[in-house]
Every structure is written in C-alpha cells, then in structure tokens.
Unconditional design. Sequence first.
Length: 283
Amino acid sequence: MHILMTPTLMTVLTFTAWFLASYLYHGLGITLGYHRLLTHASVKLPKWLTYLICSGGYLALMGSPAVWVSVHRLHHQKSDLPGDPHTPMDGFMHALVGWMTNVHQFQTDEEILRQAKDLVNDPVYKALGLTHSASQAQLCIAACVAFRVMLYIIGGPIAVIANVIAAVTVFFSTQFVNTICHLPNHGYKSFDSNDNSRNVWWVALLTLGEGWHNNHHGIPKSARHGMQWFEIDVTWYAIALFEKLGLAKDVVLPTRKVIEARQNMHLAPNLPKKVKTLETVGK
C-alpha cells in the first residue's frame, strides 16, 4: 500500500514497463491476432504464435475469436448500411458500446457459423464460443479475472493496475474505430470506399495502426494499413519483424498498381515499390 501512495522512480519505471508490455500484448492481440490474422488472413503465423497473440485480445474482453471475426466480416459486407452491427449511423453510443447488447438482432448464431467457417472447427476457438450467448461472455470475463489474479501473484498490485488501465484503453480504442473512424467530419479519406470510413491519426496511434480505417476499407486484405510514410502502423511493424525472423509467411500487400487504382489522392513516393503481392487483395 505504501509503495502505491508514495511513487518512487522504481515504482514509476515498473508501472511503465507493465503498462507498455500490457498495451502491446492486448493491442496486438486485437489488431494483429483477431483482425489481420484471423479475420482477413493478411498473414500466416505458426499456430502456437497465433494462439499466443490472440490470447491478448481475448483477455482484453474481446470475447470469442470466432464470434468477433464473424461480426467484423459482417461489418465489411454491410458497412454503414442497414445490417451493419456497429455503424454510428444508428447512433454514436450504439456504435461505441450499445451494439454489444443486441448484436443478435443483426446476426444469428447460424450466421456466425457461416461467416467464420474457417475457424469454427478449430478446437481452441470452438471452446471459446461460437454463439452470441451470455455463456461465452461469462467465460471470457472469468478468464480475464483469472489472468489478473495470476498477474497479482507474479507482479503485485502495480502489475495489475498497469494491466487493467492498458486493457481498458485498448478496449475502448477499438470501439473508437467503429465510431470516430466512421464519422464523416473526422479525419480524411484516401480511397473511394462505399462507406463513411475515415483515416484518423490519433485513433491510429491508440490502436497500433487500426485508425487508418479508410485505407483498410479501401484494401481490406492488406497486412499494412498505414500506406503513407506518415501513417504510423505499429501492427505492420510487428508483422514485418515476424517476417524478418522467418515466422510470418504469405504476407499480403497490394501492388502499387492496385493502390493507385483505388486511391483518390496522389500516392506517396516512398511507399514500398517491391513487395509481395496478391492481385486479388481486397476482393
């Protein structure tokens, strides 16, 4: 208790280390694990590493990976149209948190099986839930509590406080992508997408690159969301590092031709010219 009331340099450094480690663990769990790995198959990693990364998203209250993936794929199919589960067209608070309480109105459990058919037979994802039921949410909450108890045993109260702050920040930052990055009066558009998706720099910083949301909607399957030199994309840097280490394979990046065809603004001259490509990217 005394150490929490009178912070010392060591206390501050310990808190900062736990916070940054937690932020990357939970943040990449969502952005790299749930989103670019599972939802869009923008990159392939070894199964053990995929599970490890995705655990960060699960323990940030993102819930079942298969359910999350199915909801996000539905969002892309109906972005800002009737049926989009979390468009701010239905209200800011709905897009921020409200949709989580009535998502079954937009997507049946049968639809989950159809949308995430590549995941539903995986024993780990299957065990974490394949429905919008309360039981899968309760399982996630229980796992999150158990994880923080373990953190307390390992690192004490400082570790738990730093982790909870990081996890809550990551959780709501993800919801900012659903809300702020779909408001027409925020950020900018680099691609002519058929929705209100926007690139918002401060959301991108909070979400490790996910805030370049119009770029993502312009070319959904791209492993890289920050496509201009100034568009910082920490998740892409992590993917590039894994590729250098020989852990990442089949990294999907669009050709310059594909980007130019879909952009409505001049292409930054220092975008990589030689990248691994799939001409079908984004289809």
